[in-house]
Design a protein around this ligand. Structure first.
Ligand code: A2P
Length: 280
């Protein structure tokens, strides 16, 4: 299993990232980021709306690893869509993270038809601002999050720089196959948010019996399964032994038949957050 994947612009991205959604700002964020980087995570997934970028940034600063050896992602929040506001929001994120560039910047959620008549134009203008920052070298790769094929298609028509990444909800029991296929066909790397289904899939009996065979935890099986499907999992934890456990996934391999069983699990642990109906 490769520890890096290569994006469609040639940039290397660590194949396992560290999630920060719901990580409290301040000491908890600082400590969990420091712990993760000490354990070996090189890829941190942040977002402005998580309201913890100052702590995440302080943790990155305190970890003692050279900036070039880390891969830091953030996301543009929905309230900041549009050309000028995207440029401004990006500067605030950089300042909070105490960084001078990002490895990856994502549109957190698409503007969509249920909220905006001109949703395609809003996404195109947001993207145009991100392309400016990309061309200036302030962002090394551009992407989106929670975009379904019908959101990506119009964006790709006006985009001069193709999206490199789409970050979507992805875990056993929720695999969004149409979106994953569209991304594969268009050479867009899929990242999986909530790879443990926010912890909700961990009690599934089938996953438990598979985990037992490998002497691994269900969390490790979920993470390994995503990796073997070519998806970048972004498990979040603030608990040191879990942060370590979730990284200890490069020393075993799920068999093809176990992959098939997990790929075919019925719906479990889905957040219910649909980009075409969310109210935020
Ligand atoms: P905590 O942060 O308190 O350790 P997801 O990444 O799918 O959103 O899941 C995150 C949730 O799963 C958090 O509540 C986190 O708790 C919990 N979690 C993370 N890693 C593990 C693990 N290895 N075993 C059990 N629960 C975990």
């Amino acid at each position: 299993m490769k520890t890096y994947f290569t994006l469609n612009n040639g940039i290397k991205i660590p194949s396992l990232g560290f999630g920060t959604w719901k990580t409290p700002d301040g000491e908890t964020a600082i400590k969990s980021i420091k712990t993760a980087i000490e354990i070996g995570y090189k890829h941190i997934d942040a977002a402005a709306i998580y309201a913890n970028e100052e702590g995440v940034g302080a943790g990155i600063k305190a970890c003692g690893i050279e900036r070039k050896d880390l891969f830091i992602t953030s996301k543009l929040w929905n309230a900041e869509r549009g050309y000028e506001s995207t440029l401004k929001a990006f500067e605030k994120t950089l300042e909070d993270l105490q960084l001078d560039y990002l490895d990856l910047y994502l549109i957190h959620w698409p503007a969509a038809a249920h909220q905006f008549e001109n949703w395609q134009e809003i996404n195109a203008e947001t993207w145009r601002a991100m392309e400016k920052l990309y061309n200036e070298g302030k962002i090394k790769s551009l992407g989106v999050s929670n975009f379904m094929p019908h959101h990506l298609e119009p964006l790709m028509k006006t985009a001069k720089t193709k999206p490199s990444v789409n970050q979507i909800e992805y875990h056993p029991g929720f695999t969004q196959p149409d979106c994953v296929k569209f991304c594969a066909d268009n050479n867009i790397q899929v990242e999986g948010w909530s790879p443990l289904g926010r912890g909700e899939v961990l009690n599934n009996g089938i996953l438990k019996s598979i985990a037992k065979k490998y002497n691994k935890s269900v969390a490790q099986v979920c993470i390994r399964w995503a990796l073997q499907n070519g998806v970048i999992p972004l498990p979040k934890s603030v608990t040191p032994h879990r942060i370590e456990e979730n990284f200890d996934v490069f020393n075993f391999q799920l068999t093809a038949s176990d992959m098939t069983v997990i790929n075919g699990l019925e719906k479990i642990g889905a957040s219910g957050l649909d980009p075409d109906s969310v109210e935020f």
